[in-house]
Design a protein around this ligand. Structure first.
Ligand code: AMP
Length: 231
């Protein structure tokens, strides 16, 4: 099963992706996380991506598509893509890759959130630089300010979550990522969920869509999987 999670920055893709991957035994492929790891280790790819990530722009397509193709293990074939594709060129390149492998995307699900709500979440978001755990200054602060509850690492705002850069990322989403909705709608695999609710409500909405898809293709439903949505 291959699922794409769409949605603006701040819509909760990363958090929901981690939950879904645990439930459905999918590999989480977050291009943003990969770029941040590569930047932290100062790899060649990280150095090339750094300027774009920090300034809230998009990393050039050829760097992104090559990196994703290299990480999609064809035989395993169980992926949740988070943050990719991000524009029409990337979507077409992913489709071409899938066709070459005789596969297709199962579902593209968009987490819908207003721009105002997304900006509020992004500017309040704090992230652990060591383990990536995500906090929110207002709704989920760390027990000890600045220190991760999970690993004790330093927790701070991502450079690209500053108000100016977050606004730029949201604008870029509207301009180049949002059009993917029409693209995938035309393919008949597009679904959407309201992302304004609680984490659990959004997860339930996503599971309903995924279970519905699995039932439709004659697969096991989540309740067949240990720790699945039915438990
Ligand atoms: P995210 O964590 O998904 O918000 O991504 C953080 C940053 O990584 C983005 O603002 C971009 O600079 C870069 N990035 C992530 N995914 C992509 C992509 N598919 N194409 C281009 N740039 C990306």
């Amino acid at each position: 099963m291959i699922i794409v999670l769409l949605g603006s920055p701040g819509s909760g893709k990363g958090t929901q992706a981690k939950r879904l991957c645990g439930r459905y035994n999918l590999t989480h492929l977050s291009t943003g996380d990969i770029f941040r790891q590569e930047m932290q280790s100062q790899s060649a790819l990280g150095r090339k991506a750094e300027y774009y990530v920090k300034s809230g722009g998009l990393v050039p397509d050829e760097l992104v598509t090559e990196m994703v193709a290299g990480r999609m293990d064809v035989d395993k074939g169980r992926f949740l893509l988070d943050g990719f594709p991000r524009n029409l060129q990337q979507a077409e390149s992913l489709d071409a890759d899938m066709r070459r492998q005789g596969r297709s995307l199962d579902l593209v699900i968009c987490l819908n959130l207003s721009r105002t709500a997304a900006l509020k979440r992004l500017t309040a978001r704090r992230t652990c630089v060591t383990c990536g755990e995500v906090y929110n200054e207002v709704t989920r602060p760390c027990a000890k300010p600045g220190a991760c509850d999970r690993c004790g690492g330093e927790v701070k705002a991502r450079e690209d979550d500053s108000e100016a850069t977050a606004n730029k990322r949201l604008m870029l989403y509207e301009d180049v990522t949002h059009p993917l909705i029409a693209y995938y709608r035309a393919e008949g695999i597009f679904r959407e969920v309201d992302a304004a609710g609680s984490l659990d409500t959004v997860t339930s909405g996503l599971c309903v869509l995924i279970d519905g898809h699995k039932a439709g293709i004659g697969g096991a439903c989540a309740s067949d999987i240990p720790g699945g949505a039915g438990e």
